[in-house]
Design a protein around this ligand. Structure first.
Ligand code: FES
Length: 173
């Protein structure tokens, strides 16, 4: 009798511990997917959406080999927010009518380029880098030609992303 009354509380305690553990495991199992869903935007890479640059018909009307600086507003999702990044696209039409969509950043250290009509070159104000109208380096320290934005044409509209065609892992800045 004495033995039974001594075992009873410890069995009860044991059962309570087991129930508590099972409840905790079930609680954690239920919480993980919910927490994952809520926190996942924080760990996702930036979600890049296509931004509209302009109608192909308008861009095709530009003068050949005369760059046109076109502002673009990239919409970039970061976590729970959507940011707008204003950037410049240099649109150039070559003599065959082909369109190019260059970044206006110097490929040396990223300074914004200016077009010098008299010299028919893009000039970098920082260290004297120079590019011809088709983006090729013609002077100064830039190590490579101008970056080309990732772009596509859909329903007569040029769409563009905030990253470079020849280096898709590298985003535009
Ligand atoms: S940043 Fe353009 S030459 Fe250095």
């Amino acid at each position: 009798m004495t033995k039974s009354s001594e075992e009873s509380p410890s069995r009860r305690t044991f059962m309570m511990v087991v129930i508590g553990l099972i409840s905790a495991i079930v609680g954690v199992a239920l919480a993980i997917p919910i927490l994952g869903e809520v926190l996942s935007p924080l760990f996702k890479k930036r979600d890049i959406v296509w931004s509209e640059l302009g109608k192909v018909s308008d861009l095709e009307n530009i003068e050949p080999l005369v760059p046109k600086f076109v502002p673009v507003y990239f919409r970039v999702k970061e976590g729970w927010t959507v940011n707008t990044l204003p950037r410049q696209v240099i649109v150039v039409k070559d003599i065959t009518g082909k369109l190019y969509f260059f970044s206006n950043q110097c490929t040396h250290l990223g300074c914004p380029l200016h077009w010098m009509p008299a010299r028919q070159k893009f000039m970098c104000p920082c260290h004297g880098g120079m590019f011809n109208v088709l983006g090729k380096v013609v002077g100064g320290p830039p190590p490579r030609p101008l970056f080309v934005w990732v772009h596509k044409i859909e329903n007569g509209t040029v769409l563009i992303q905030n990253k470079f065609l020849d280096n898709p892992k590298e985003r535009g800045v």
